[in-house]
Design a protein around this ligand. Structure first.
Ligand code: BGC
Length: 483
């Protein structure tokens, strides 16, 4: 009987054994989370190593960003932001006197699924067309503005304007782009049109953009984290540990690509049967295992599979699965946030929209399923963040670390308890780190403009200085100053 499946009180009290059995694999003990963190720590070292990198699931990609803004950056920039569900174009102005980054205008362009899964040339033509429309409507077409391109996929960065896509993640799978320089593909698409041009380009991952834009507000921001459609983090690593890049001094921002953690099977013990199905039916089976347990692209689908199983076992909805509940992707991740928000009305509305015949007991059990899945996501994310914070503390030989994380992403921002749960778990796993969370507004767009501005400032500095920089840091490091 659905009503006897669960009664609210202590959330685990009175669960009938079949429900408990179904949800138990999602509950992670502190010692399991500690073990996950230890595994990630090892994988991060593999990713940084010269000879271990190519087989490492956590890629630890050098970004060649060694500096935050120094406050003298200024001017107008364009920013492109590709990586979530939508593509955004922004016009950003950096005001030197007020030390502020101002978003002048922005426009969202939807990317139809056939483009997300079609040929790469079509994707870049679409991006170039959206940009043209934006420039037209804001009378910017005559200007050749520098452009910051936030491209939120794993890329091997060869220079500030040369970035090779390693693989697609999330909802994208365009042919002919993996292994190619994304900036070249963008420039070629703009040239095919021939009606406008762009200035210098700086490529950034969204985590780096987030860290940079928060860094403008808080100098101790040295971690950038995204928990949205996908998940990932970057942080400032000691150069002596970045074995794939010449040089021992100073620090460099590393894009961890922590979403790939577990791709070598190292997390098999904590993957549930539902995770395995989500992976198998995804666009990229076997890739980004950790991301598939944490991020917004997948949480709703995990919840849907659990709800279907509980219904088939006659523990929900009188055993009646609706067509809607049976449709992959129909139970959206935003439902989890809405259901866990105060009151049961949201749940009742969502279940009605999904053509389900619910009882009060069902409503409560659905809430518990959502809570279980989002709690695991927050805890796993915390385990990864704690690993980074502990690493920074150890790197610097500190007894205590005080640091700031710039955060963005719908899961973190929209879910009612996610950030609280994440912070509580980080405190347990990194007790000697005092972490402040700074929520970024438009971080990836503004951050990309900021990276471009720093690059431009350095490029404009006297040739002698530039030459010195090149000698000191090698050809890839035009984006250099003092961290
Ligand atoms: C990508 C990362 C990105 C993250 C958040 C992941 O799927 O691989 O590069 O930072 O999503 O957008």
């Amino acid at each position: 009987m659905p009503c006897s499946a669960f009664s609210i009180g202590n959330k685990w009290d009175d669960l009938i054994p079949q429900v408990d059995e179904c949800l138990q694999p999602f509950r992670l003990s502190v010692s399991t989370l500690q073990s996950v963190s230890t595994r990630l720590k090892k994988d991060m070292i593999r990713g940084l190593g010269k000879h271990t990198h190519h087989r490492a699931p956590v890629k630890m990609l050098p970004t060649f960003v060694r500096a935050t803004p120094d406050g003298t950056e200024k001017g107008d920039f364009l920013a492109l932001d590709l990586g979530g569900t939508n593509f955004r174009v922004l016009h950003v102005r950096i005001l030197e006197d007020e030390q502020r980054v101002v978003k002048m205008d922005s426009q969202i362009c939807a990317i139809p699924q056939e483009i997300m899964l079609g040929h790469g040339e079509k994707l870049f033509d679409h991006i170039a067309a959206c940009l043209a429309e934006f420039l037209d409507s804001h009378e910017l077409k005559g200007q050749t503005l520098p452009l910051g391109f936030t491209f939120s996929f794993p890329c091997e960065q060869l220079d500030i304007d040369k970035s090779v896509l390693i693989r697609w993640t999330k909802g994208f799978n365009c042919s002919g782009v993996e292994g190619e320089d994304v900036v070249r593909l963008l420039r070629e698409a703009i040239h095919r049109r021939g009606d406008y041009d762009i200035g210098s380009v700086a490529m950034v991952n969204d985590t780096v953009g987030t860290m940079m834009s928060c860094g403008y507000r808080d100098q101790s921001c040295e971690i950038g984290m995204i928990i949205g459609t996908g998940t990932n983090a970057c942080y400032m690593e000691e150069m002596r540990n970045v074995k794939r890049v010449e040089g021992e001094d100073g620090r460099m921002c590393i894009n961890t690509e922590w979403g790939g953690f577990g791709d070598d099977g190292s997390l098999r013990d904590i993957q549930t049967d539902f995770d395995l199905v989500v992976d198998k039916t995804s666009l990229n089976p076997g890739i980004h295992t950790y991301e598939k347990m944490i991020s917004g692209m997948y949480l709703g689908e995990i919840a849907r599979l659990v709800l279907v199983k509980l219904t088939e076992d006659k523990l929900l909805f009188d055993g009646q699965v609706s067509d809607a509940l049976q449709t992959p992707g129909r139970f959206e991740t935003r439902f989890i946030s809405e259901i866990e928000d105060t009151g049961l009305e949201n749940t009742q509305r969502i279940l009605t929209e999904l053509d389900l015949n619910w009882s009060l007991g069902d409503v409560r059990l659905v809430w518990l399923v959502c809570d279980t899945i989002s709690t695991r996501s927050a805890q796993l994310c915390a385990a990864a963040l704690a690993t980074i914070a502990n690493r920074i503390r150890n790197n610097r030989g500190l007894d205590h670390l005080k640091t700031t994380v710039g955060v963005d992403g719908t899961v973190f921002k929209k879910h009612p308890n996610f950030s609280q749960q994440l912070q509580a778990t980080v405190r347990l796993l990194a007790p000697r780190c005092d972490i402040t969370f700074l929520v970024s507004e438009d971080g990836s767009g503004k951050g990309a403009a900021m990276v471009t501005a720093v690059a431009q400032r350095l490029a404009l500095q006297p040739v002698v200085f530039e030459k010195l920089l090149l000698e000191a840091w090698g050809p890839f490091d035009l984006l250099v100053a003092l961290w």
